[in-house]
Design a protein around this ligand. Sequence first.
Ligand SMILES: [Zn+2]
Length: 254
Amino acid sequence: MPAVAQFDRKAVEQAIADFLRALGQEPSRELGQTPALVAQAWCEDLLSGYAMDPAQVLREDAVAVEPGQSSLVVLRGLSVATMCPHHLLPAHGEATIIYLPAGRVAGFGAIARALEAQTRRLTFQEHAGMAMASLLVDELRARGALCELRLAHSCLAARGARQAAAFVESVAFAGSFAEPGADRDAALAVLGHQARGIYPWRPEGDGPREAPPAMPSGYAEPSACRPGSLEAEVCSSVASEAECKPDSSSKGKR
Ligand SMILES: [Zn+2]
């Protein structure tokens, strides 16, 4: 499949009209506008990711940064909508992206657009997450990257198991995050803060809270996520290149 697809919108409209008739529904009165509205939704929103090449989005925005320091960059609360390729039903929710640059970075907006290009398609959640993590390593040459997706699936809620309250969580790892070591420990520690409700930080006195998991040696706590920075959706921690290299002592921890 080409990276950037074109749609035949008139053919989509006709197919929806045929689909309705096959279900015993004549596309008139209440359903009179339905073929055009459905075609618009699919072509302009639901599958709009096919109009963009996610690799190109990142490549065009990438800039070199001073080597020698590694910032663990964390983007939280990114909106995601995707389409199940089995049932043609939507899933929606949020993504967290963490990557460890190795000399190149892209703007946060470009990463969000690349995610949109990768997910607004007919794709499985796990495949979209893995593709996104791999893109950051392949196109930005990040040392490590992960993409966590937490999505509510209409095909899990409205049909089959009919589990309307269920979410599906997946975490895809690429580069150094895919191997045991300090990089992966740091990324998982940041994710652990979120999974245990530590992020965003709650004010003191708002019920008991656990201590956050310790960051591996050489990694600072993500400073932008400390109290007073509740609005921050992007945070980073800094460690020197030498300090955050995986070493033999960190192997086999998990
Ligand atoms: Zn499905």
